[in-house]
Design a protein around this ligand. Structure first.
Ligand code: CDP
Length: 219
């Protein structure tokens, strides 16, 4: 069984996907974390977001491993823990530029498919139900108003010790949504057969339960 969860920035994908994976004992893949890690590497090496060839070289040589610990995703890139660093606003600002290149996506999507081949996996991202696993057994598209998503992201950043205003977060989220949904290759959109869940007024528990109920019904 493959469960695909897509949706825009801060729509609750990660929390929901992790919760569902834990409850079912499934593997969990955060494809956004993959694009973020690649972006961090590009920033560190001074690679321009326009330089598709260099980005491809980085994507091919990137060593990544993920594990879930106490409901938190631990990301190891080239032997270094980067779980927090990939969430910085600098990375968030550049990631949509890096992820829009078709050749870069091909490398990442290959890796994602290899990960999912074994089945029993929850995969989250932007193009999972449309491109990466169009044959997924269950497709969910999570959405919420931009204001609610900005509020959630701001709280997340504050809990991590960062500081940011609601206006700043709203502008960053709207900008990333625009880039992600207007790119030519694999834009963010709901697959026709995905179930839409509006999470604006849902708690994390309610969101998780909604997806688990869907899985039970498909059972
Ligand atoms: O967690 P958040 O909603 O902020 O975003 P993310 O899932 O970490 O994804 C970060 C960025 O990676 C997105 O804004 C996209 O540009 C890119 N991405 C993508 O292009 N395709 C995916 N399957 C997942 C992420």
């Amino acid at each position: 069984m493959i469960i695909a969860i897509d949706g825009p920035a801060a729509s609750g994908k990660s929390t929901t996907a992790q919760l569902v994976a834990e409850r079912l004992g499934y593997a969990y893949l955060d494809t956004g974390a993959m694009y973020r890690a690649l972006t961090l590497k590009a920033l560190r090496q001074g690679v321009n977001g326009e330089d598709e060839e260099r980005l491809c070289q980085l994507a091919s040589s990137l060593q990544l491993s993920f594990s879930l610990k106490d409901s938190r995703l631990k990301v190891i890139m080239d032997d270094e823990e980067v779980s927090q660093k990939i969430r910085s606003s600098q990375v968030s600002r550049m990631v949509s530029l890096v992820s829009r290149h078709p050749k870069v996506r091909r490398i990442m999507v290959d890796r994602q498919r290899r990960f999912g081949e074994k089945g029993r996996v929850v995969v989250e991202g932007r193009d999972i139900g449309t491109v990466v696993f169009p044959q997924a057994d269950l497709k969910v598209y999570l959405d919420a108003t931009p204001e609610e998503r900005a509020k959630r992201r701001m709280e997340e950043l504050r809990m991590g010790g960062g500081n940011s205003s609601l206006e700043e977060q709203l502008a960053a989220i709207v900008d990333r949504d625009r880039l992600d949904s207007q790119r030519e290759d694999s834009p963010l959109r709901k697959a026709e057969d995905a179930v839409l869940i509006d999470t604006t007024h849902l708690s994390i528990e309610e969101e998780g339960k909604a997806v688990l109920d869907l899985i039970k019904r498909r059972g």
